[in-house]
Design a protein. Structure first.
Length: 468
């Protein structure tokens, strides 16, 4: 027996689950396979940036994500058992506005984000097969065939590697990663229960002598703390409760017994690496399989989720025959430069060369250089919204994000263009809305402006190219 699907997704982390949800709501038959027996249990990627909150809102999990987490607390700096100062982890930003409803990162432990995505996937009729370790992956001109240590093989038209920084699929494809060690000092990260420590602050214990720093952050929506400890270069870390208790006692005013439990722990060495390419035939790399970040910038999970968001609608358009195979080439064209930029930002933040400011929110990322970004207007003023930019929200007669929500394209007609005869697309007509200016704006399913112009006659070639 062989299982047949449209898309095989290897890995049930945030990347794979986001892609599976997006495909499921489009009616694409996808299967997520995960070698572990359950979802990842740790808090690792806990920061949901504003742009990713917009993505989750579109996928139908925004309210659940907001309810599950909370804002980041102010850092409390400790020395010799006394709180000696404060540290704000992120630069302060303006309150949410009409064009950007989310303006701050939202803390949700990774395990909880995955639970929410998995529940949404089940609601949509999607599948996750646990305990399926990939051992073979063969391609031909029509699809891919995957074999596992147990269970039947899977045949799919496309496959997506969302199986992490040590991706089995990437190694099978022979795709190299180019990168560097961001910090030679190894780290320990763990989810723990701690008594005698308030949950109103992110507790920071700076390095003393030859020891590294210790940071203990209350995990919003839980009773746990995330502990991160740095060690000298060359240290072999035992990620055990005993080690954690020893570190806490040595570097803080707490006693070993104040650490009452540990639910997950891991050691890692901060590095930055980028896959040389994001596609090999019918197989795509996404998330950590394509790019590995230092956690300092809070960009890894967010960049990964948006890989999936970019790829989902393109797979659907090709699978249902609307668009040609060449549309899938734009996944690497658009996402590889973004990943490279975010890797650089994460590394600079880790090394203290940049702040956690507006760039980390990912609201200003754009695809202006993409072949899918077609701007037919001329003489645009500096700062004008252009094809390739993220489409802003707004509440001019209707809330735009409500109109954009879902797997469809949206044609936004503003000013004189609102009275023109337009193609039979999901259309919103507005007499005026300042963030856009006048004209026609074709909004992609992932919330970016694909085409912008003044005349509906100019849109026809773009509609043909994208299968609309």
């Amino acid at each position: 027996m062989i299982i047949e699907r449209d898309v095989l997704i290897v890995g049930a982390g945030p990347t794979g689950l986001t892609l599976a949800v997006d495909l499921a709501r489009r009616g694409v038959r996808a299967l997520v396979v995960e070698r572990a027996d359950g979802l990842f249990p740790g808090s690792r990627g806990k920061g949901i940036q504003p742009r990713t909150q917009e993505v989750f809102d579109d996928l139908g999990v925004g309210e659940a994500i907001r309810a599950a987490g909370g804002p980041y607390p102010v850092g409390a700096i400790w020395q010799d058992g006394q709180c000696v100062g404060e540290h704000r982890m992120f630069d302060e930003s303006d309150e949410g506005s009409e064009d950007s409803p989310y303006r701050e990162p939202w803390m949700v432990p990774q395990w909880r984000t995955q639970e929410i995505l998995a529940a949404r996937l089940a609601e949509l009729g999607g599948e996750i097969a646990f305990g399926r370790e990939l051992v073979t992956l063969d391609q031909d001109e029509d699809g891919v065939t995957a074999g596992f240590t147990s269970g039947p093989p899977v045949r799919a038209r496309y496959a997506v590697a969302a199986d992490g920084g040590r991706s089995t699929v990437r190694r099978m494809l022979g795709i190299a990663m180019t990168g560097e060690t961001v910090d030679p000092n190894p780290m320990l990260v763990a989810d723990v229960r701690i008594d005698n420590l308030d949950r109103d602050n992110w507790h920071i214990f700076p390095p003393a002598g030859d020891t590294g720093f210790l940071a203990i952050c209350p995990l919003a929506g839980t009773e746990d703390f995330q502990l991160v400890a740095q060690f000298p270069q060359g240290t072999t870390i035992d990620p055990s409760l005993t080690t954690i208790r020893e570190v806490v006692a040595a570097r803080s005013h707490l006693s070993p017994d104040d650490v009452t439990a540990m639910s997950w722990a891991s050691d890692f060495r901060p590095r930055a690496a980028l896959a040389d390419r994001f596609r090999e035939g019918r197989v795509f790399l996404a998330g950590d399989a394509a790019h590995v970040h230092s956690p300092a910038g809070g960009q890894g999970l967010n960049t990964s989720v948006q890989d999936a968001y970019n790829l989902g609608w393109k797979l659907d358009a090709v699978l249902n025959g609307q668009a040609s195979e060449s549309l899938l080439d734009t996944y690497e064209e658009e996402r590889l430069p973004i990943a490279a930029d975010m890797l650089g930002l994460s590394t600079r933040i880790h090394r203290g060369e940049a702040r956690r400011g507006a760039a980390t929110q990912q609201l200003h990322l754009n695809y202006r250089g993409s072949s899918l970004a077609v701007e037919t207007r001329t003489d645009l003023p500096e700062g004008a919204l252009r094809a390739g930019d993220r489409a802003p929200d707004g509440s001019a007669a209707t809330r735009l994000f409500d109109e954009f929500r879902g797997p469809h394209w949206t044609l936004l007609a503003i000013g004189p263009a609102a009275s023109a005869d337009l193609p039979p697309l999901h259309t919103v007509r507005l007499p005026a809305y300042e963030p856009y200016g006048n004209g026609l704006f074709l909004i992609r399913p992932d919330g970016y402006i694909g085409w912008a112009g003044d005349s509906p006659a100019d849109i026809t070639p773009y509609l043909a190219h994208t299968g609309l």
